[in-house]
Design a protein around this ligand. Structure first.
Ligand code: FE2
Length: 246
């Protein structure tokens, strides 16, 4: 049995939507908090953690600015990180789709380290149909979009927009598995024949902490046939051949 097969059997998890980089967005407020978030993740069985700080692009230079800030936060964190006991770290961004991000040069630099996968977030205001086209155009460029916390959106609106017809990955937040009414929405979404991943979207160690293990346990009871692929397998495929940055 290979190492990867052994890890999969032990129920390890992938977390590809998090805000653990220090002082870059509304996530971790200090290096200490970041390290605690990562240590909690490792303890819960997560062996890969992707940092996805919020990324808003409104002009060409915003992309470079984001990457510089992300690198600085990452280096500050790594300078204090212990040599072992943390998940493997990859960098990405949670890219806000309030305009057509295809127009910015180098948009592929926002993909998760060493991969073609890019995490995108739908805007909070009323959605417009052309967003579907923007996401589709990312795929035309050869990128592989992951739609962040899909359960937050109006499901009828997503239907009208044709979002479900896209060949992309749909990400659900672990927190949504923990409450009864949220879980009903999750159940509705999971009835679709799409590729899903569950991630934490953790922001801190207080009110939005790592909760993947709790969510996984609930999922094992409620959605047993989908749990392994949603918490591990589908995410793991993304990282085949991609080396972590930290
Ligand atoms: Fe997020």
């Amino acid at each position: 049995m290979t190492d990867t097969e052994q890890t999969i059997q032990s129920g390890s998890m992938i977390d590809l939507h998090t805000h653990f980089l220090p002082k870059i967005d509304d996530g971790s407020s200090s290096v200490e908090e970041s390290l605690k978030m990562l240590a909690d993740s490792k303890k819960q069985g997560i062996d890969i953690c992707v940092a996805t700080p919020h990324c808003h692009l409104h002009k060409e230079s915003d992309l470079e600015h984001f990457l510089r800030r992300r690198q600085a936060a990452f280096e500050e964190l790594m300078s204090a990180a212990p040599g072992s006991g943390l998940p493997a770290i990859y960098l990405g961004g949670e890219v806000y789709l309030d305009n057509n991000i295809n127009k910015y040069d180098g948009i592929e630099r926002l993909c998760i380290t060493g991969t073609k996968y890019i995490l995108v977030e739908l805007p909070r205001q009323r959605l417009e149909r052309r967003i579907t086209e923007w996401i589709f155009n990312l795929t035309v460029k050869g990128l592989k979009p992951i739609l962040a916390h899909v359960e937050r959106n109006d499901l009828d609106e997503l239907e009208e927009m044709g979002i479900w017809d896209l060949d992309i990955i749909f990400q659900l937040n672990a927190q949504s598995f923990l409450g009864f009414s949220e879980r009903r929405r999750v159940k509705k979404i999971l009835a679709r024949d799409k590729k899903f991943v569950v991630s934490s979207d953790m922001h801190n160690v207080t009110n939005r902490p790592q909760c993947m293990l709790r969510a996984r346990k609930v999922s094992e009871r409620k959605f047993p046939s989908l749990t392994e692929e949603m918490f591990g397998g589908n995410g793991r495929e993304i990282f085949v051949g991609a080396e972590p940055i930290g």
